[in-house]
Write a protein that binds this ligand. Structure first.
Ligand SMILES: C[S@@+](CC[C@H](N)C(=O)[O-])C[C@H]1O[C@@H](n2cnc3c(N)ncnc32)[C@H](O)[C@@H]1O
Length: 318
């Protein structure tokens, strides 16, 4: 088995160094934006975990152990045809446009395919002139790695790290997740006992209890929020500049309890200088200082190179 790691193009060289620093890796070939990695037997689980950790994390990891020059052959391969009638496949392919074609092709050949309720993943990477592929059992040999791959997005780990000292939440804890789709943060909050109101026009793909989804922009949700119990926690992971995010957070202050905690991801420009980070922090503190205090900016392991995480508390008396 070897793996193919899809990495953001600007991070390729750093990611390659990160992989080569791992003893079990003995070869990495780079073909932007992919890294083809060969490694010692038994190291796969740890290696995949490494790929999803830290500031420079992989977008996807494909596990491949077979190849062919005609994609049509994949459906006839031994890997695909073992116990065929008891399997449901999720297809993960690179490049993206291959994905739908493969889904249609294997469905046409009588395989069952489902993006969420599946027993096996089919990983395919086109590396001209070959198609590399592998079939991975869900909850199989690499069950807990599979768990990592199946959280809705990497964002989950950001909030898990940010709130590690606050969970499980006390009974009746009420959280507001702004910009919640596809649902990584919402899932983390709900799994740890919070009642979550998730605001996002996008779909929430997680299936946990205690979630109310308001499928709209925050700016359109105020009439709903003002009828609800006040929130103990407000989290926001929207891709907007920090000063805009500060304005959004100021607008929800009336819906938060005194002393409520706020956790925000700052999305800064690429490779921000320390001065740029400080400027963003100061501008956000200034916008929010009337209603909030105890500002703290951290660079979590799960933050990317251009992200920081801001913590604050709502003032008890404004
Ligand atoms: C980076 S994603 C959030 C990922 C999410 N934290 C998770 O864990 O799955 C940003 C989301 O913010 C949403 N968004 C952007 N502007 C918004 C707004 N004004 N109100 C609500 N949601 C917004 C987008 O629709 C998008 O789904």
């Amino acid at each position: 088995m070897s793996i193919v790691v899809h990495v953001e193009a600007s991070q390729l060289a750093r990611f390659e160094r990160k992989l080569l620093a791992f003893d079990a890796v003995y070869d990495v070939q780079c073909k932007e934006p992919l890294l083809f990695v060969k490694f010692a037997p038994n190291a796969q689980e740890e290696l995949i975990r490494l790929c999803f950790q830290g500031r420079i994390a992989a977008q996807r990891v494909y596990q491949v152990n077979a190849s062919c020059s005609d994609a049509g052959w994949i459906a006839w391969s031994q890997e695909m045809n073992k116990d065929k009638e008891n399997r449901v496949f999720k297809v993960m392919a690179y490049p993206n446009h291959l994905q739908q074609k493969l889904v249609e092709m294997i469905a046409h050949e009588g395989f069952r395919v489902h993006p969420k309720d599946y027993t096996h993943e089919l990983h395919v990477v086109y590396a001209a002139p070959l198609f590399l592929f592998g079939v991975i059992e869900r909850n199989g040999e690499f069950g807990h790695v599979d768990e990592i791959l199946n959280v809705p997005c990497r964002a989950y780990h950001k909030l898990a790290e940010a709130l590690a000292d606050c969970v499980p939440f006390k009974d009746g804890y009420h959280a507001l997740d702004i910009g919640a789709s596809p649902g990584g943060w919402t899932e983390f909050l709900a799994k740890n006992g919070a009642h979550v109101v998730a605001v996002d026009p996008g779909e929430i793909t997680v299936h946990v209890e205690n979630i109310i989804h308001l499928p709209m922009l925050l700016e359109q949700a105020f009439d709903h929020l003002k009828t609800m119990k006040k929130f103990d926690l407000c989290v926001c992971d929207i891709n907007i500049r920090p000063h805009k995010m500060a304005q959004l957070i100021a607008s929800v202050a009336p819906f938060l309890h005194p002393n409520a905690t706020v956790v925000l991801t700052f999305k800064l420009s690429r490779r921000p200088t320390q001065t740029a980070v400080d400027e963003a922090f100061n501008s956000v503190c200034k916008t929010l200082s009337k209603g909030f205090h105890e500002f703290k900016l951290t660079w979590l392991h799960a933050n990317t190179i251009n992200e920081r995480t801001l913590f604050a508390k709502k003032k008890a008396f404004v």
